[in-house]
Design a protein around this ligand. Structure first.
Ligand SMILES: NC(=O)c1ccc[n+]([C@@H]2O[C@H](COP(=O)([O-])OP(=O)(O)OC[C@H]3O[C@@H](n4cnc5c(N)ncnc54)[C@H](OP(=O)(O)O)[C@@H]3O)[C@@H](O)[C@H]2O)c1
Length: 272
């Protein structure tokens, strides 16, 4: 191999691939040190226009040249793709970082080769604006340096949390992976309810978004228990108390628990 090794290579430059590329470039990695594979020529050209200098290669060439190979294709593409990359991965020995939902390191290692160092990542969509959070799990063969590399990669698009047990990935998927959609659902419901109470849509949305964002920020910055923060704004006999009573009597907490258990169960099913 006489070509320069690439810092990172992305197989798949879709939503997640692109968010991670953008994060790396923002964190100071030269585009010339980042490779990507993308079968759609038009999309590949658009990616290169967005990040001039990025190296476009076929997936196998990428596997042979990247120090860190990031698998960012849809999970259903992965079995075939990984088997196709096995020879190059075995020969060049990159760290493999997979963001594919549900696919365990055991199965990945089975396709790529038993010696492969793998870190599995479950990011979420706020990564697109650098405000994500990613659950990470390193397979036993991954080294401390591999963990640092993966942490830097995913850390470029938000916070990171390391898990000791791969089984916990299902809980992470049900919490932060799918979680943005739960919050969007709440935002939709609050906005509609505010309109029903007499506000126009723009005002209703503005009030709701600022409230969800502001309350989250307050909970984060104060470090106080959310139950305590809630108690502070719930005066006896007041308006908030009346609303909270409706939520509690309708079993909101149980409903959330049931929904998240369903997401975790689906994650297990998809993992096969
Ligand atoms: N989006 C999320 O919030 C999120 C969160 C956590 C995990 N993930 C995981 O991230 C992965 C990617 O999701 P995404 O939302 O980024 O999907 P996406 O937007 O569909 O991106 C996948 C990209 O990979 C390309 N691709 C497919 N087969 C390929 C191949 N053989 N070689 C090279 N490139 C190939 C696709 O190209 P074509 O379009 O031309 O097929 C597409 O550009 C998934 O495994 C998903 O589970 C996503």
């Amino acid at each position: 191999m006489n070509e320069e090794r690439l810092e990172a290579g992305f197989v798949g430059a879709g939503n997640m691939g692109l968010a991670l590329i953008a994060g790396l470039v923002r964190s100071g990695v030269r585009p010339e040190a980042i490779g990507f594979a993308e079968p759609d020529a038009e999309r590949a050209a658009a990616v290169r226009a967005q990040f001039p200098g990025l190296v476009l290669l076929g997936p196998r060439q990428l596997a042979g040249r990247a120090r860190t190979l990031v698998l960012a294709v849809k999970p259903q593409m992965l079995p075939e793709l990984a088997a196709d990359l096995a020879a190059e991965v075995t020969a060049a020995d990159p760290l493999v970082v997979s963001v594919a939902a549900g696919i365990g390191t055991g199965r990945l290692g089975g396709w790529l080769g038993p010696e492969t160092r793998i870190v599995r990542a479950m990011p979420n969509t706020p990564a697109l604006i650098g405000a994500g959070i990613t659950g990470l799990y390193a397979s036993p063969l991954a080294t401390e340096a591999d963990r640092k590399t993966a942490d830097r990669l995913l850390g470029a698009v938000g916070a990171t949390v390391w898990l000791q047990d791969e089984e916990q990935m299902h809980a992470v998927t049900a919490t932060s992976g799918s979680g943005p959609a739960y919050v969007f659902l709440l935002i939709e419901a609050m906005t509609r309810a505010a309109q029903r109470l007499g506000l126009d849509e723009a005002t209703a949305r503005r009030l709701t978004l600022a409230t969800v964002g502001g309350a989250t920020q307050l909970a984060q910055e104060s470090g106080a228990d959310p139950a305590e923060l809630r108690a502070r704004v719930t005066s006896p006999g007041g308006t908030t108390e009346r609303a909270i009573t409706v939520f509690e009597e309708s079993g909101l907490a149980e409903l959330v628990a049931e929904a998240m258990a369903a997401a975790a169960a689906r994650s297990r099913e998809l993992g096969g």
